[in-house]
Design a binder for this molecule. Sequence first.
Ligand SMILES: Nc1ncnc2c1ncn2[C@@H]1O[C@H](COP(=O)(O)OP(=O)(O)O)[C@@H](O)[C@H]1O
Ligand SMILES: [Mg+2]
Length: 319
Amino acid sequence: MSSSGRHDTAISQCESQSTRPLSSVPQAPSKLCFIVEQKYLKDSMPVAVADVLTSWGHTVDMLQPHAVLADVSGLDPVVGDGYDAYVLKTVSSGPGLSILEAAGAAGLVTVNDYRAIRLARDKAVAASRARAFGLPFPKTYFAAASRLLRHLAATEYPLVVKPNNGSGCERIFRIDRASQLEKLDLDQDGFLLVQPYLPNPGYDMKLYNTGEDVFAVVRESPLHPGSGTVERLVPLTAELRALALQVGRAFGLDIYGVDVIETPSGWMVLDVNDFPSFGKVPQAAERVAQSVVRIAHRAAARIASVDVSTAIHGLEATA
Ligand SMILES: Nc1ncnc2c1ncn2[C@@H]1O[C@H](COP(=O)(O)OP(=O)(O)O)[C@@H](O)[C@H]1O
Ligand SMILES: [Mg+2]
């Protein structure tokens, strides 16, 4: 299926936090496969990125994982299927990740790296990764069912309970005492992630890395409705930029978002998202498009410089 060819990309005139000008010179033409989840067909991301790439002369095919029978047996890094990279904006439990991982498992280039997406998608895995890399991240429990929360001591409250594979600030609960647990239907959300509630001013700082530049956007916390925070781009401090880049290195992500809050003991990372929607980031589609091409070229050059067995990610260790 070919690109939708939509041309409704909105370019905001917001003040840019970037120190690097957005280059308008497209690189050598690439052939890209965008895996577009049903949920995002009408959203600006990632279709706007595909539109920009098409306008720059690249070829973009759109693969709708919910609508096609995908041949995952024909993915081959040597013979190739003609794509320089596969690109996915993930959705919780969506079918796209299986196809992207199938491409990555065969040694094809994926944006983001398919293994990095796996580290970020499962909140328990992300918590472990963040803590292991020394990132400021709250103490975190994984619970297969809400009845297990009864094992927590009273001193652990107040708690935040959220779906382990959640996103979009859906079904986030603050629980002040154990007696509230039985009044909530927490088990409709699958497995749970549990953390101490960290005191904060009521807004999230959303750090967005387009792959070239980091931006900061403030947004009201779902646990502080009515705080009056207006979502907006704010100047990025050196501290937050360094923290965002540290997260990127820890997870191996190129294009990502990090939710942080300011607590009495400093900034804390709460959430890592591969390929966020980049709300309020100026020229987000163009910036991400530029990164996609750069990453595809970088990865292709790396694969071309090694032999076939090591080109297939993950086989190095057993070869
Ligand atoms: N431990 C916590 N302490 C305080 N606030 C939290 C905590 N965990 C989550 N929140 C609030 O809930 C929001 C959503 O949580 P997050 O982990 O980002 O889930 P989602 O994947 O749904 O975005 C955060 O941005 C923050 O405002
Ligand atoms: Mg979040």
